[in-house]
Design a protein around this ligand. Structure first.
Ligand SMILES: Cc1ncc(COP(=O)(O)O)c(C=O)c1O
Length: 396
């Protein structure tokens, strides 16, 4: 017997952004101040009432095992939150509290996928979905979406064409990282039609649901009717909306029979989210919306700074982000591939941005610019970007 590491574990590659941060450390050591426009998490502190609630829960001795589906009081609060914010009517028994969206996706994929199954994933794609699916022995099938004036849109014909006899589910993300899109009712109906016609599960990741701007409105696909709800599993968390990424608290909402299975899977994987964090999540969901709103307004201001600065760079097309905290501008093809461009931007200008290629080849001429960082950092980063790109120092 040899001490082998599993094939799957060996196949997991490192993330580009982690590699870029390593390179950035070397650049910083040489005396250049690096500007990080890569973050995928809020830069805000945990809202004070939520932190206080966690401290109170610790002091009250909430330190024991709890129901692996999550605290009943929290599941009731989630049901109220989904009804109030997303017009989604669910019974608390359909909800399982998880260690963030990752925890939810992990049990949901195990609950519905068998080895050999296929899952349709929509590109540009938040890359971790691939490994979540591969872990179950199923295969992600990437379907690139087209752009209209630089904005990625859902093309349901392409999704339908990718369905095979092995397809089990379509995975949807709205608001959509990295594109900044919030899917419209028509786009969601078009996806739901494909799923209904071909009898597929819809797994929807709504982790950015509270961060939407202007006229955009987050619509929960499960709220579009009973036939859609019976095949939809929502995965989400408090990570982005309440600035709680490190607290690992999220949930999934599933049809009744499936939620029983999800509860058991939660038991035998993570045993659920930490009890004091679940107590704090009750306070966040019940009373925290003014904090969500404060952060949302700040994201919107930062977004506006980025969009107007990018407009001044010839050749770049930047659709106004509708939700989440990323701008996803497209640059001219003759500037090269985004991996090369982001490498040059780091080396020559000390700016970290995420290459669009990380999200699929259809985004190889895009860059993801995060506005989950201060206005000051954004101003500095954008002025360096303008300098590097406006003069076409790169790619010519
Ligand atoms: C689209 C998307 N889904 C899920 C997550 C992970 O969220 P959580 O902290 O809830 O596990 C992220 C984090 O970057 C994300 O961008």
């Amino acid at each position: 017997m040899s001490l082998e590491i599993s094939n799957f574990a060996q196949s997991i590659g490192g993330s580009t952004i982690v590699n870029m941060r390593r390179k950035a450390d070397a650049i910083a050591r040489s005396g250049i101040k690096v500007i990080d426009l890569g973050p995928g998490e809020p830069d805000f502190d945990v809202p004070a009432p939520v932190a206080d609630a966690a401290i109170r829960a610790i002091e009250a001795g909430h330190s024991h095992y709890i129901d692996p589906r999550g605290l009943a009081e929290l599941r009731e609060q989630v049901a109220r939150f989904e009804a109030d914010q997303h017009n989604l009517t669910v019974d608390p028994d359909q909800i399982v509290i998880t260690t963030g969206t990752f925890g939810a996706l992990s049990i949901v994929s195990r609950a519905v996928l068998n080895p050999g199954d296929e899952v349709i994933v929509i590109e540009p794609l938040w890359d971790p979905y691939r490994n979540v699916i591969l872990l179950t022995g199923a295969t992600p099938v990437g379907v690139p979406m087209p752009t209209i004036n630089g904005r990625f849109v859902i093309d349901a014909d392409r999704l339908a064409a990718a369905v095979s006899p092995r397809t089990k589910a379509i995975l949807v993300n709205t608001p959509w990282n990295p594109t900044g899109r919030v899917l419209t009712r028509q786009e969601l109906i078009a996806i739901a039609d494909v799923a209904t016609e071909r009898d597929l599960w819809i797994i929807v990741d709504e982790v950015y649901s509270e961060i939407v701007f202007d006229e955009a409105k987050h619509i929960s696909i499960a709220s579009l009717g009973p036939e859609i709800q019976r095949r939809t599993i929502v995965t989400t968390s408090l990570s982005k909306s309440f600035a709680l990424t490190g607290w690992r608290i999220g949930y999934c909402v599933a049809p009744p029979a499936l939620s029983q299975v999800l509860g058991r899977l939660n038991h035998y994987t993570t045993r659920g989210a930490a009890s004091m964090v679940q107590h704090a999540a009750i306070v966040a969901l019940a009373d925290g919306m003014q904090h969500v709103e404060r952060m949302r307004l700040e994201y919107m201001q930062r977004r506006n700074i980025i969009v107007s600065a990018l407009k001044q760079i010839g050749g770049i097309v930047c659709p106004v982000p509708e939700g989440g905290f990323y701008a996803f501008p497209e640059f001219p093809e003759n500037w090269g591939d985004s991996t090369r461009l982001s490498d040059l931007l780091l080396k020559d200008s000390g700016i970290i941005v995420t290459p669009g290629s990380d999200y699929g080849t259809c985004a190889r001429h895009h860059l993801r610019i995060s506005f989950a960082t201060s206005q000051e950092i954004i101003q500095e980063g954008l002025s360096r970007l303008q300098h590097a790109l406006a003069g076409r120092l790169i790619g010519e």
